[in-house]
Design a protein around this ligand. Sequence first.
Ligand code: SER
Length: 317
Amino acid sequence: MDNIMVIGAAGQIGSELVVELRKIYGSDHVFTTDIKQPPPDIMEGGPFQILDVMDDKQLIHFIIRNKINQIYHLAAVLSGNAEKLPTQAWKINMDSLMNILEVAKMVDEVKKIFWPSSIAVFGPTTPRINTPQLTIQEPITVYGISKLAGERWCDYYFNKYGVDVRSLRYPGLISYKTEPGGGTTDYAVEIFYEAIRQGKYECFLGEGTTLPMLFMPDAIKATIQLMEAERSRLTIRSSYNLGGMSITPDQVHQEIRKHIPGFTIRYNPDFRQAIADSWPHSVDDTIARVDWGVEQTYDLKKMTEIMLKEIQNKLNS
Ligand code: SER
């Protein structure tokens, strides 16, 4: 059985991915790390250690000591926060990835790596509807530039050193367990919490802002599917386009109102509007479908029901 390391286990993706990985590989085989404490089920359900991926010496010791075979590197500064501290965000996003790629190159036991990219690798000159896998990429954010550079490094380490690194360009991710922090697509999580807590929400994107979004269970399924796919089936070593539902804040608002009729929304776009306006409306993920069979199962209606129910339970307990 492989030993798996998850970096960023306290985060929006990590806190849900770990639960699924433990079901597959067994709790003792999933080694979780972060620079902050994760939710209690992650802490108590298997090994957890505070570890900073920027510390390359500690990182390599951890990997050798625990005989790690697969690494999921999920730690990153998201798009909105990165604009506030550009040089710092660039350093964190790039150096952490380089540390992981170097370890994978040096340590033979490390067989596979997962590193997330994003729709942020695209920019205002990219075709916005059904954005193809191969297209113009002129991102205007630090986050997007770091993800695009990261994709090129992943492809480079695969071609030059045979490092089996796999990646997805996630759309906005919607989840109820752990809230994201500092992203442009975060409104699509906040809106559910505020609908329940306050019955009203002030949205930092305009009402008609279309972005592709994916419900977390679909994102986790796609991630594990990609990691379990036969190496020979994978034709993309930068990062696979991954589609989702194309939705606007107004559509989410209307869907929530079917459950909470009094829910009101006010629009007050901030600096993140320009970021959102530079990203695709929808993404063509045909290559992921053909290579390893990705499929999305949740639409806005189904997702909204689950989000409201789960957040209500969480806030009650
Ligand atoms: N969800 C991310 C963000 O908004 C994009 O990958 O920053």
